[in-house]
Ligand binder design. Structure first.
Ligand code: NZQ
Ligand code: ZN
Length: 383
């Protein structure tokens, strides 16, 4: 294959980027809207976001639901759904990171439907409408603020699933890099690595001569590589601005149009979170290098291209490029195996196999024996 796939591209999210942008909220909301304001565990009360949003919403009809947890679960969102129905809210405002925004998208779909809302997450039921959603982003990482994806867990069955629909794309997103000042180093590193892997999943496949997509992906990867190298400057506004925009662009949809993609790292990562409650980005740093070593032959050309264009190493081989990616994660103190994340489970590979075999279609270049090799390696930290 050496040509682009056909594609349709439409990203309707209006992005308002820059310090102070949250004040625009008022003029962007529908004047008579009945707003569900969703937020997480309270970080927005420490960085001025809560006050700025409250100010902007003064005089509006607003119902608040707080406490959306990282890796949001169906069980904890059902009370929000009940609130929306009782109050007939017709607009969802998500203020937080990927978890709060994903929860908002899910609720926007579920609020307009009868029946079991998990059917949408599991892909058993098509999404045909949703309430409008908007986002005030506080953690650059997932790109959820301008894409049509949501990731929801279900504790009862230890599942974590991604689902997509154009209906879930936010109407607008407010990106003020000043809100990043309260982010702990762990979340900044998580955000950087998540965005890096998003770009990789759309780039590290096979070449199809996509000059523009490759160039965009390389620009985002180079930016993230520079931000990792200058992590000491993470409290400067210039650094924050660049992470916020890079993370948005990494998963706003443009990098992946018309080119092959491989989301196997994310498929494995979701199961690692479902089983061991690990931060999303940490599952990616654990899974991706082992996966790349297993699939190095299939991905060799793009790895070499990444070595030249991102790491600026002309004389490199594919394994060295993988080592370079690992070095980037090490610099950010990310784990590269389950033991490094404090998990020692002798049954980890078996449990992961059981969870992943029904999802084989998400694991592009991996047959079951190859999958087992990857899972054994990441569970033990040795190939
Ligand atoms: O809950 P609060 O108190 O707000 O604290 C959060 C949370 O504990 C904190 N935080 C957020 N902004 C902050 C802050 N702390 C201080 N200052 C701030 N400005 O950070 C913690 C983590 O937040 P979370 O939203 O969970 O992180 P992230 O944005 O990394 O989102 C992770 C979720 O998104 C999914 C992941 O699977 C995971 O469930 N993903 C969503 C995607 C999408 N919709 O496109 C794609 C991704 O690949 C990913 O799967
Ligand atoms: Zn991700």
């Amino acid at each position: 294959m050496s040509h682009l796939f056909d594609f349709d591209y439409h990203n309707p999210t209006a992005i308002h980027f820059g310090p102070g942008r949250i004040a625009r909220l008022r003029e962007l909301l529908p004047p008579q809207g009945r707003v569900l304001w969703l937020y997480g565990g309270g970080s927005i009360k420490r960085n001025g976001v809560y006050d700025a949003v409250s100010q902007a919403l003064r005089g509006c009809t607003v119902h608040t639901f707080a406490g959306v947890e990282p890796n949001p679960a169906l069980e904890s969102l059902l009370p929000a759904l009940a609130l929306m129905r009782a109050e007939a809210t017709d607009f969802v405002l998500a203020v937080g990171g990927g978890s709060v925004i994903d929860a908002g998208k899910f609720l926007a779909v579920a609020a307009l439907a009868d029946g079991d809302p998990w059917d949408f997450v599991a892909g058993r039921r098509a999404i045909e409408r949703a309430l409008p959603v908007a986002a005030v982003l506080t953690l650059p990482a997932t790109g959820s603020e301008s894409n049509g994806t949501s990731v929801i867990s279900r504790h009862a069955t230890r599942e974590k699933r991604a689902f997509r629909s154009p209906w879930m794309r936010p109407r607008f997103a407010l990106l003020d890099p000043q809100v990043m000042r309260t982010l702990p180093d762990r979340q900044l590193a998580n955000g950087l690595v998540d965005a890096f892997v998003h770009a990789c999943e759309q780039y590290l496949t096979t070449p199809v001569g996509a000059l523009v997509q490759d160039g965009y992906a390389e620009a985002v990867l180079r930016a993230l590589y520079r931000l990792a190298s200058s992590f000491a400057r993470r409290h400067e506004i210039e650094w924050c601005q660049n992470l916020m925009w890079a993370a948005n662009q990494a998963l706003a949809g443009l990098l992946g149009v018309g080119v092959p993609q491989d989301w196997a790292t994310h498929a494995i990562g979701r199961e690692l979170t479902a089983l061991y409650d690990l931060d999303h980005a940490r599952t990616l740093s654990i899974a991706q290098p082992w996966l790349l070593r297993e699939t190095v032959a299939a991905k060799e050309q793009k790895l070499l291209q990444m070595g030249r264009e991102v790491f600026r190493r002309a004389d490199t081989d594919a394994l060295q490029v993988i080592a370079e990616i690992e070095a980037l994660y090490r610099r950010l103190q990310m784990p590269l195996s389950l033991p490094e994340a404090g998990i020692s489970d002798p049954d980890a590979a078996d449990r992961m196999m059981t969870a992943l075999l029904p999802q084989q279609h998400q694991l592009r270049d991996l047959d079951p024996p190859a999958l087992r090799r990857v899972l054994s390696a990441l569970s033990s930290g040795t190939a």
